[in-house]
Design a binder for this molecule. Sequence first.
Ligand code: ATP
Ligand code: MG
Length: 397
Amino acid sequence: MFEPPAFAISIIEKIESAGYEAYFVGGCVRDMLLSRNPSDWDIASSALPQDIISIFPKTVPTGIKYGTVTVITDEGKAEVTTFRSESSYSDHRRPDGVSFCSNIENDLSRRDFTVNAMAYSPRRGFIDPFGGRLDIKNKKIRAVGNPSERFEEDALRILRAFRFAAQLGFEIDCGTLKAAKEKAFLTAKISTERIRNELNRIFESNNPQIAFEIVANGILDFCGIKSKENLQDTANDCLRSTPLSLPSRWAAFFYLLKTRNVKAILEKLHFDNHTKNKVLKLLSELKLKLPMTPVDIKKRLANDFSPEFFTEYLNLYSALNNIDLSSQLSILNEIIERGEPFTQKMLAINGNDLIENGVASGPDCGRILRSLLDIVISNPSLNDKKTLLTLAKRTLS
Ligand code: ATP
Ligand code: MG
């Protein structure tokens, strides 16, 4: 088990010495049991926010309304939240209100999955009313209580189930999966940013292929990503071997699903322009013939590519088609190492040089620079000012 750091234990001890209960809860307990380093240390306590503020010299009232205060120490910080139960959910995504409660079991019962619904304190040991430890052992994601009701309350939990399965390499328990499928239509009510965020976390995990299960269960129907029966057998492996970058993973996902209207889907999911354009560009490049020779490669680089983007494209192409592209990658490296020109900016002359030599500014200039670039792409040794000016004059005459 991963041991909590001394600063976090001492926060728990100080709260206990003041006469309250305090436990590590949620993701940190799960991660400790999995011997993973938790991303943050969340504490649940019977103390009210005002009590916590008076116990510790340095606190930040992060979410007083929800009972959360951040305790800051020199060695680290932890969020301390008063035991809470949640009242009804009328919009399938937010509790109508929160109320504080007096015991940890109540607090744990509002949490989403058994593996996230455990508490631990060095003094009191584990509080595990829903069998989270057994589910960790069996690698299961199981809803706390009735899964249909839990997904009705908050449909984001449907996506969280798949996200935890992807991150932890777990399976979703069959009752929980069945309920996820039945309540799939409720995901249309969740903010698309939150959905995108969960999907991104799946694509950043070691099991991005779980995204296909989400699609197969109809969970993304609302945004136009529909289930495809003819997904090839190798799709899972292909997606897993794509470069671990969000644009590559999204592009591979759409490519393998043969999704149409990708632009509209990315817009519906409120992607930032940079990621959206990169995914679209990768997809349009994947449709083109693979460049084989140095000249082919430089022509593609000339088409508004950076070498980094081109490398990502090659790695993506290689994963999707299961072919070795190391020769293309080494050609690319050679082009860069030798400083061979592949953009107009890399030409030994520019528009001003042409104008000084009698070419009218405007379309002629652009046309000449483009044809000079074509020439030096095929023959990099011609990229010196004198030769290019001679060639330019020849083009004019
Ligand atoms: P991560 O390591 O990704 O942060 P986490 O388990 O800490 O995982 P958070 O989203 O930070 O996940 O939430 C902290 C805890 O709050 C969860 O472990 C869970 O107990 C509870 N929780 C969070 N979101 C929900 C939700 N939508 N419904 C029920 N409980 C939730
Ligand atoms: Mg967390």
